[in-house]
Structures are given as C-alpha cells and as structure tokens.
Write a protein that binds this ligand. Structure first.
Ligand code: SF4
Ligand code: SF4
Length: 169
C-alpha cells in the first residue's frame, strides 16, 4: 500500500495536466467564434497587431504549455520585437489558438469587438460565458501550480527519505 504522500506525488502532476487540458478545451471551444470574426475583419486591417514582441510566452503561458507536456516553439533570433510576428502567415497565425500566448488570444481591437457585438446575440453571449470560464480555469491552473510548489518545499525531507529507501545497500 502506498503512503498518502506517495499517492500525492503521483496525483499532483496529473492534477496540473488535467487543469491545463480543461483550459485547452475551453480555448478550443471559442476558436470558431473568434475565427469567424477575424476572417471578416483582419484582412482589411491596415495596422496589424501581430508583432514579434507578442509572440513570447510569459510565465503563466509557460506553466500551461509545460503542464500539457509541450515545449514553446523554436524562435528565430535575428528578428526585432517590432517586426511582423515570425508566426504570422498569409492565412493568419500558424500556432493553434489554444497554444498561443494568452495575450494573443485576449487582444480584441475595436474593429474586432464591434464585429462581435454587432453579430448574432446568442453566440456572443455564449462566447462571453466561455471567456469567463477560461479566466477561471487559468486562475485554477496557476493556483494549483503555486500549491504544488509550496507542497514540494514541505515534502523535501520526505522525498529524501523516500529516495533513500530505494538506494541499494
Ligand atoms: S485583431 Fe484588429 S488590429 Fe489585429 S489584425 Fe485583426 S483587425 Fe487588425
Ligand atoms: S497571434 Fe500568432 S501571429 Fe499573432 S502575435 Fe500571436 S503568435 Fe504572433
């Protein structure tokens, strides 16, 4: 029978992964709605917001990406922050929406917002609801991560003891 701390060490990383998957699914759920509006609005844009500076993951993004077992994309080194984003193609962003930096997914310029607000009311209401759910899920992920860091600090001694029990001789 495993000790409760041992069971916890097994379950904790799974908890983080599950939280990250819930968040990923929630972001995927709003993809069609956002894509429908960006496809209408962005091709006419004269001041495209996708610059290289926005393509970097912040701390919370990195926790999310690594909790999913993924790595950030390879970045080119010879590009300026203000250059057009290295992940922007003729058909839009080449990173799938659920894996983009959060700031990319949560930036809605005036024209995009207007398109959403002027569209059908029901899908817009659904989007707002999903959006709030995403904010909550992101908070849960970060809270889980912080709790795990604190727990890991407290478990240090027990982990040493646990490791020693596997050392031959
Ligand atoms: S989101 Fe707004 S600012 Fe960015 S490319 Fe589309 S229309 Fe332009
Ligand atoms: S949405 Fe994609 S193309 Fe635009 S800034 Fe973010 S990573 Fe770059």
């Amino acid at each position: 029978m495993l000790l409760s701390t041992e069971r916890k060490w097994i379950m904790e990383p799974l908890k983080l992964f599950n939280n990250a998957m819930l968040l990923k699914n929630a972001i995927e759920a709003i993809d069609v709605f956002i894509q429908g509006h960006t496809a209408e609005v962005c091709p006419h844009c004269r001041n495209v917001c996708c610059i290289n500076r926005h393509s970097y993951y912040d701390y919370a993004d990195l926790i999310y990406i690594q909790a999913l077992g993924l790595e950030p994309p390879a970045y080119k080194e010879d590009v300026r922050d203000t250059d057009c984003c290295q992940f922007l193609s003729a058909t839009g962003c080449t990173i799938e929406r659920s894996l983009r930096p959060f700031r990319c997914n949560w930036y809605f310029c005036g024209a995009l917002l207007k398109s959403m607000e002027d569209g059908a009311a029901k899908p817009y209401r659904k989007f707002i609801k999903e959006f709030q759910k995403i904010i909550e899920l992101k908070k849960t992920l970060m809270d889980t991560f912080r709790t795990q860091i604190e727990t890991a600090k407290g478990d240090k001694k027990e982990r040493r003891k646990f490791r020693r029990s596997f050392t031959p001789g």
